[in-house]
Every structure is written in structure tokens, then in C-alpha cells.
Design a protein around this ligand. Sequence first.
Ligand SMILES: Cc1ncc(COP(=O)(O)O)c(C=O)c1O
Length: 436
Amino acid sequence: MSNVTDSPSDPLTPARRRELLEATYDMFMSSVAGEDAESTRFGQWVRDVEAAGLFAFENRRRGPQGPEVAFARTTGDALEVLNLSSYNYLGYANHPEVIEAAKAALDRYGLGAASSPVHGGTFDLHARLEAELVDFMGLPDRGVTLFSSGYAVNTGAISAVMRKHHHVVMDRACHMSILEGAQLSRAGLHYFHHNDPADLDATLRELSSQTHRILVCTEGVFSADGDFGRLKEVVAVAKKHGALVLVDEAHSFLVAGPNGRGVCEAAGVLDDVDLYVLTFSKALGGIGGALIARSDLARYVGWYARCRMFSCALDPAVTGGVLRALELGRGPDGDARRTRVRDNADHLRQRLAGKVDLGTSESWIVPVTYGDEESTLPLLDFIQRRGLDGSVLQFPAVGIGESRLRLFATSEHTIEQLDRAADIVLEAAEAQGFGL
Ligand SMILES: Cc1ncc(COP(=O)(O)O)c(C=O)c1O
């Protein structure tokens, strides 16, 4: 990893530079100045930031999402970096047996499913993956519905189950796909304070007299904070008020819990969760997702989730690869990887603790809060040029002034790689003044 390079000389005036860095994602979302004003301003912003050598998003990776990766930036720079920006938590995205299984499925079934799952797009391979999921979860009376993304599980399931006059009550830190599902459903939308069962209780006390259907949404591991959902307490409160419960285990399925069944398993609430959401894009290394629910409910959602009924089924190669990843991940291979990813995350946290703001992180997501939106591009540029890539989150994914660099630990990183990553983050904290 020898790509310490400086940013090219900056062609911008200091004032224009400040203006560009102060631009935030939401600034381009609406405009009153004519139909194409946002896209024109956004396009100009990207071109100017690229010309200054600072645009650090949308890099073109040259290989798989391993612990190290080479990429070309759109600024023209070719860099080799430690990769802590990918949620390939257990390394299955590029595992040889997973690739073999995907190739076999590709040969047998072809590239695309070429039909909606309800019509002609369901293959026997999909049914095998569904059966494997139910078996792995140890919930024989449940059904599974596959989706072509994790995002679509939340938008599809919530909008299928909830209606106007119902109420969705979500943890304030829940993912955008949950919010969007709730908005699509046109149910009343309410938030409870992050991981706060008492606040949930107060909200539900008011609502439960007004409606016969309330859905409480929370997560196993929160993707912005990297902390675990307080599922035991949250589920108990929801059930006390007769509410349905959705738990999104996108970042915890196959990683958390004694057997990898998620934080729900660790909290002992698997049987009480009505809508269990998982994605194939994280620990399983593919793309797609699934809803696990009471059989009738899962089947109903399969038909009434519009993004499933009116969209093509999950492609065969990914389905075959994900199935093999699950077979590996539920056994001793997965046990070893789960232990490694947890140990690696602990090591990374220990290296950074007390020196930068790690918030409440306790999982394999290690966010380092640096604050201002305008620090984002200089920070990414700095760490990439020193040999590290991470994933940034800023408003509206997190609050204004709470921007953070998310580092994803995986089972495949070595201690030496994690130490180097930590050193680069601390160097950036020193240079940019966000150290504690
Ligand atoms: C909590 C959560 N749910 C759902 C999703 C969407 O999953 P996918 O990327 O598989 O569509 C994400 C994405 O990162 C997420 O963090």
C-alpha cells in the first residue's frame, strides 16, 4: 500500500472551495428555480470537486471486496487501499465455493429470472434458498418471501401490511428503507427515541386506543451507530400494546447471536418477531433479501408488495451463491468467521477508543464521528491517499453536524491491517482536528 499522494493543485479560489465543501446532499434535493435546476447545480458541483482532485465517491474498484482493494477514482487517481468500506462481513462475497455455486446456477438457469416471482420467475433454486433459511432459523412454521434487494423487503413488506389509519412507530435511527416503506403505506408515522423502550411505551399508550394495527420497527444492529437494538425490552413493550414488530437484521443476520440468527436470537425474541427482515448483501455477500414471517403473512406480502409483484425475481446466479454462503455460514466455517469478525471489531475499537468519538458502537460497524459535512471530502481524500477507504454517512442519514466515517470490520482483515487502518484514522483526526 504505497500510494501516499497529494491532492493535485487546487484550481479553485479559496471562497469557491469553501462553497463547494459546504454543499450538502440535501441542498440539491429541491429548488424553486426551474425544473432542471437541482441536476444542473449538482452536476456543476461534481465537476468542480473532481477538478480540484477531491471527489472521493463512486470509485471504480478493480477487484473483489477483500480486505485490500485497488481502485481508480473519477479524478484519475489510481489507489490501493485497506478496504473497511465494504460490509462483506464474513468474506463470502469472494469465497471460492460461493463463486463456484453462482457459476453453476448461471450455467443451469441463465442470467436473469426474466419474470416476476409471482408469475414465471420462481425457480426451484429460490425454493431451496427459502427452505434453507427457514431451517437455519429453526422456525418451521414460518414462511419466507425473497426480494431482489434488502431495501425492497422493507418498502414492500411495510407498504403491503400497513394502511391509512394504521400507525408505524419506528426507532428514530431506523434505516431509510423502513421510513420509505412507512411513507408508502400512508399509515401514521411516529418515532421513538433511539433504543428507548420507555419512550416507545409512552407513544404506544396514546396510539393503541386509536387503531387496531400498529407496527413497531427496529433493527438488530443500527447501521449508523453500530449499536445493538434493545430487542428484549422493545419487543416486550410492543407486545404489551398488541403491536406487530418488525426487526431489520440487515447487519446482524449470520453475524450476531449464538448461531448467527441475529440479535433476535441473542435477545431470545425470535418467536415474538412478526416481520424478520434480512439482506443477502451483507454477511451473505450477494444481493437481495428476505422476509421471514408467519406463513400466510409471508405469502400475502409476496403478492401485495408492489416492488415484488411488479419487478423481476432475484437472479439465479446470486441465488445459488447466497445459498452456498448460507450453507457455509451456518456451520463451523461460519462459526470461525463470526468469532474473527467480532474479535477484529473489538480490536479496532480498542485502538481508537478514547482518541476519537466512536459513539455507542458495539458491533462490527465502527463509526468515527467527525462532525461537519464540509469535512467529508477532505477526510475521504486524506485517508484514501494514505491507503484506507471507509464509508461516510452524512445528513440526512444522520443528523446535521453528526457526519461520520463508518469502518466495517470483517472476518478477513488481519490485526496488522486493522492497526494500519487505525493509525490512518488517528492521523486524519490529528490533521483535521476531530481527535478527542
Ligand atoms: C438496516 C438496513 N436495512 C436495509 C438495507 C438495504 O439493504 P440492501 O443494500 O441489501 O438493499 C440496509 C443497507 O445498507 C440497511 O443498512
